[in-house]
Ligand binder design. Structure first.
Ligand SMILES: Cc1cc2nc3c(=O)[nH]c(=O)nc-3n(C[C@H](O)[C@H](O)[C@H](O)COP(=O)(O)OP(=O)(O)OC[C@H]3O[C@@H](n4cnc5c(N)ncnc54)[C@H](O)[C@@H]3O)c2cc1C
Length: 564
């Protein structure tokens, strides 16, 4: 992809679709304030800019400090969001496709990640969080809509029906909507908003060392070791990173003292037990405790919480930043639509809580199960772990019970108030590890190359999309898209986009598929008169009130102004 692929799809482009040009109307309100210039705040500001929404990004730090070692493992759909913003994070990282799991000296499994579509992006890349932040900074610097203000810590938030007032030492700002992306240490902001941050912290500690070394054969795999000889009774995780760097993550006892280990020269022995007698350099080292917490509300009036400010997960599975990107994308299109009065205001903002809190609960459930297995909290749980690992040496069935982390995946909005359920495609729940749910309402559509805009996701991100499956009338889809104007909406012939697309989606003849601006499927309908209500629901609107040219009447059942 090039930078030119990131903007709106050309208004001229048409391949059996109805063209529309993207926004569009100037943002009618004050800039949106984003608290926190970490990767979630950065992503949110860039996404809002893509929707033509100006932001002021406040951060209490004096400047970007590119130190530390946090997220490394970024999943395809988060990478895809960044690609859409012109931040080519994937090409700066190390691609890996296989996750190997060992117990003592035996290899239990080697899982290779698959693609539900034909995305140009790999399932995962490893890249340091600081490099990701740098790449996002570069894109932000190019945007006239983003105003970054370092050294401005927010310590007061109040709101009324008209907006939100944020202030800190020496500044006060009034904003229509506030996005709180202030990270884990947002206790004061959460208290100001009256949200609870329930959960717990684990006693066990994890030592993380990023080392630079030449380790042939280790560069494209994630390796997870249960009870290796060099960390008996505990585990070690090894990830390849760019520049011949490897992240080694040891589970260590609760009373572990890194300084004492360094002073005694034992850290070198610890590293050498894994890498042998090669020369290596320690790039970063630190000890972490992990937390599993979530706010009880992700939306408080005109304030939305995103990323670590809203949820903290143990990092096995890489769900922290990856899910923060999902929060940012969900929040951005909703703020853009509500601010322009394109949707039911209260309902669409509330759907942010409904959808992203459900995603957070799913992430908590998945990562908590992993931690229960990795760090058993009772004698019975420890016995279960031992038993499963022993059996897994010989029994293939027991290997499925070995939990070294279910890797990040996009959440499915099957139960969202914006989603129209399809009785022919009931959501079957969390799919097996490594698999994606079949396309259906709530699920993100797989990506693939399409004629015209280059990729299906790119077309989706341009607004609402109504796809006509083979045998479904494109004119009906076009009429439905036109009826929601000025909301950017487009209709397209599925098979004309790609002959593969109907099969990939599992579309049946005569269906219309409604896709949201974040590429999640909102509805699949078979009757023309169901399309208008499905679009209304996607926009959280009681009815379509078109403010632009009338729909092509006759093609569409729900015409301008008609209640859903
Ligand atoms: C060891 C480790 C490994 C991890 N690995 C992964 C991984 O592989 N993949 C993954 O997806 N995630 C991973 N994570 C999680 C990931 O690091 C976080 O989810 C991510 O940093 C969250 O970003 P954020 O923008 O929400 O918060 P942060 O990165 O914490 O940024 C918050 C920003 O807000 C600012 N701020 C705070 N308070 C205020 C205030 N009152 N006013 C103004 N500014 C304020 C801060 O200065 C900061 O710049 C890992 C985490 C750890 C600890």
């Amino acid at each position: 992809m090039t930078d030119d692929d990131t903007g709106p799809v050309s208004a001229e482009w048409s391949h059996r679709t109805t063209p529309h040009s993207r926004p569009v109307e100037l943002w009618p309100l004050d800039p949106v304030v984003v608290v926190g210039n970490g990767p979630v705040g950065q992503t949110a500001a860039l996404l809002l800019a893509r929707w033509g929404v100006p932001t002021i990004v406040l951060d209490r730090r004096a400047e970007r400090d590119l130190v530390g070692s946090k997220a490394i493992c970024q999943q395809r759909d988060a990478l895809d969001v960044w690609e859409s913003l012109g931040a080519h994070v994937a090409s700066h990282g190390v691609t890996w496709t296989t996750a190997r799991t060992f117990y003592r000296s035996d290899e239990l499994s080697a899982m290779t990640m698959t693609d539900p579509g034909r995305s140009p992006l790999p399932p995962f890349v490893n890249i340091s969080q600081s490099r990701t932040e740098q790449l996002l900074d570069e894109r932000m610097a190019d945007s006239p809509l983003i105003d970054v203000r370092w050294g401005q810590g927010v310590d007061s938030v109040t709101q009324d029906g008209g907006g939100v007032t944020v202030s800190g030492p020496g500044f006060t700002l009034h904003t229509p909507y506030l996005l709180v992306c202030a990270g884990a240490r947002s206790d004061a902001l959460r208290a100001l908003l009256g949200v609870d941050f329930g959960g717990h912290s684990f006693d066990d500690r994890f030592l993380i060392c990023d080392i630079r070394a030449s380790l042939p054969g280790w560069a494209s795999e994630r390796r997870f070791y249960f009870d290796p000889a060099w960390n008996p009774g505990r585990q070690v995780l090894i990830h390849p990173c760019p520049d011949s760097t490897y992240r080694i993550d040891w589970q260590v006892p609760p009373d572990y003292d890194l300084d004492a280990e360094v002073a005694a020269g034992a850290l070198d022995e610890r590293v050498r037990a894994i890498v042998g007698e090669v020369s290596y350099e320690i790039v970063w080292k630190s000890v972490y405790r992990f937390h599993t917490r979530c706010v009880d509300r992700m939306r408080v009036g005109r304030v939305l919480l995103a990323g670590d400010a809203a949820h903290l997960y143990a990092p096995f599975g890489a769900r922290g930043l990856n899910s923060g990107v999902g929060d940012a994308e969900n929040a951005a299109w909703k703020i853009a639509f509500v601010g322009r009065d394109w949707s039911g205001a209260d309902e669409l903002l509330e759907s942010y809580h409904a959808e992203r809190h459900a995603a957070a609960r799913e992430n908590l459930s998945v990562t908590s199960a992993t931690m229960d297995f990795l760090v058993p909290q009772s004698a019975a749980a420890a016995a279960h772990r031992r038993d499963v690992l022993e059996r897994a040496r010989a029994e293939v069935a027991a290997r499925a019970l070995v939990d070294s982390g279910r890797l990040a995946e996009p959440f499915w909005y099957a139960d969202s108030p914006l989603t129209t359920a399809d009785p022919a495609r009931p959501f079957a729940g969390r799919p097996p590890r490594g698999a994606a749910p079949p396309p259906g309402p709530g699920v993100i559509v797989p990506d693939l190359p399409v004629v015209g805009p280059g990729s299906l996701r790119r077309l989706c991100r341009d607004g609402l999309l109504v796809l006509a499956a083979p045998g479904a009338d494109l004119a009906v889809a076009a009429g439905a898209a036109a009826a929601v104007a000025p909301v950017p909406a487009r209709a397209a012939d599925m098979a004309a986009l790609s002959a593969e697309l109907p099969g990939l989606l599992g579309a049946r003849d005569g269906e219309w598929w409604v896709v949201r601006p974040d590429a999640h499927l909102a509805a699949v309908v078979t009757e023309a008169e169901q399309l208008g209500p499905a679009l209304c629901r996607t926009l959280a609107r009681a009815r379509i009130v078109s403010r632009a040219r009338p729909a092509r009447l006759g093609d569409i059942a729900t015409a301008s102004g008609r209640p859903c």
